[in-house]
Write a protein that binds this ligand. Structure first.
Ligand code: PXG
Length: 441
């Protein structure tokens, strides 16, 4: 028996996140290794990664530049205080990221996760409005079915019912616009749906209800991921931008999953050619290897805070691990890998092959919609009557047994493979999923 086959003998103490703990612990799915496009399981099988971990390992697994960067950094400078002190890689990384952003975004605030990036962006938005004499703007607007992580800020502006209902009143002064999912009009659309730009007008209703002078910011995912991949209707994001501009409201794009090449452009803002005031990121910034997040903003926002005595802290916000040296080293190694291999635009080359492959599942059992954009694909299944989520979860379990990793949310299967996937591996992923859909009830 190889060392890898030694399983822990007590699974009880670890309260697993977003997991059916009892189901898992009765039949664990244990990963013990990863390289390039594959995980290795504790029983020695290879599993093709159809989800880039949790939408994060965009460069694939075990990539040498990233591994070496972390190893070297750990020996050289393991930690540096983030408050009132700095280390060179934090500045190098911020400058390299800024160079990849669309104008006028050019400043970077580091966090450790998507949830922290969201909290940070919401706080910057509120503080900025106050800074420019718009202190009555305290409301935050999110969207139904939005996922912005699990902090109180994120679940307040988020719109996934299960993530909200047990956690009290959350932030006050939050409102939501409707989501854009419309199977009746858009089922099996390839890419951006034709119908639904008018959902952006919900923002006008919310503005009319509350008065623009009370609204600080609107936050949306350009492509909603966690809720089951909702692609924005053509023209929808541009409309949101125009409405925000007209009323002095900041627009925040939560690019935690769309950032770093997922759509075939560095960021979704590039893909849709709509520039928000703030962008939240995480995941792909280090290809998932070390926890890190970042918020991007413009000089206008940054400079609005650079007032008052120079020895005063300008923004009372930050984390012990903001710009952690290991995370910065991982991110620099990741950017090197992305650049050397052209990964931030590779999804554009694969997108039509991917689209054909994903839509080839149309005639499989239970399928009621298929959606795609860049290297994202989703297959929505008809729920089993009275047992929502069961069918998709069965698909997930069956897929794992057959050697592919997919994600499910509700009765939707989501796929977002590492950006290094080959056409043959796309065929394998989709071919196996076809067999899975035929096999499950
Ligand atoms: N915003 C968005 C848009 C996200 O997708 C977060 C914020 C929070 O990030 P952290 O790093 O705090 O988890 C996310 C996270 C899934 C899945 O399978 C998606 C996420 C996390 C885990 C699973 O859809 N997104």
């Amino acid at each position: 028996m190889s060392e890898r086959n030694v399983a822990p003998n007590n699974l009880e103490a670890f309260w697993m996140p977003f997991t059916a703990n009892r189901q898992f612990k009765s039949n664990p799915r244990m990963l013990v290794g990863a390289q390039d496009m594959h995980y290795t399981t504790s029983d020695g099988r290879k599993v093709l990664d159809g989800t880039a971990g949790l939408w994060c390992c965009n460069a694939g697994h075990g990539r040498p530049k990233i591994v070496e960067a972390i190893q070297k950094q750990a020996a050289e400078l393991d930690y540096a205080p983030a408050f009132q002190m700095g280390h060179p890689k934090a500045f190098e990384l911020a400058a390299r990221l800024a160079a990849k952003l669309p104008k006028p975004l050019d400043h970077v605030f580091f966090t450790n996760s998507g949830s922290e990036s969201v909290d940070t962006a919401l706080k910057i938005a509120l503080a900025y409005q106050r800074q420019i004499g718009q202190g009555t703007r305290t409301r935050l607007i999110g969207r139904e079915r939005g996922y912005h992580g699990v902090g109180f800020g994120g679940i307040s502006v988020g719109g996934i019912v299960a993530n909200r209902r047990t956690f009290g009143t959350m932030l006050t002064g939050v409102d939501h616009i409707r989501h854009t999912h419309d199977i009746a009009r858009n089922a099996f659309t390839r890419g951006e749906p034709e119908h639904g730009a008018e959902f952006a007008d919900d923002l006008i209703s919310v503005i009319n209800l509350h008065d623009p002078s009370t609204i600080a910011a609107v936050i949306v995912e350009p492509v909603a991921g966690s809720t089951g991949v909702l692609i924005p209707p053509k023209g929808y994001l541009r409309k949101l931008r125009e409405i925000c501009d007209k009323h002095g409201i900041l627009l925040i794009f939560d690019e935690v999953i769309t950032g770093f090449g997922r759509l075939g452009t560095p960021f979704a803002t590039d893909y849709f050619d709509v520039v928000p005031d703030l962008i939240t990121t995480a995941k792909g910034i280090t290809s998932g290897v070390v926890p890190m997040g970042a918020v991007f903003c413009s000089s206008d926002i940054y400079n609005a805070f650079m007032t008052g005595p120079e020895n005063m802290i300008e923004l009372f916000h930050g984390y012990t691990y903001s710009a952690h040296p290991l995370a910065c080293a991982a991110a620099l190694g990741t950017l090197d890998t992305y650049e050397e291999e052209g990964l931030l635009t590779r999804a554009a080359d694969l997108a039509s092959y991917w689209e054909d492959a994903v839509h080839s599942l149309k005639d499989c059992p239970h399928v009621i919609d298929i959606r795609n954009l860049g290297l994202i694909g989703a297959v929505e299944l008809e729920p089993i009557a009275g047992q929502p989520t069961k069918r998709a979860f069965s698909a997930f379990l069956e897929a794992y047994e057959r050697g592919i990793m997919i994600r499910t949310t509700g009765d939707i299967i989501a796929m977002s493979p590492p950006l290094i996937i080959s056409e043959a591996q796309i065929d394998e992923l989709i071919g196996t999923l076809r067999d899975v859909l035929k096999a499950i009830d």
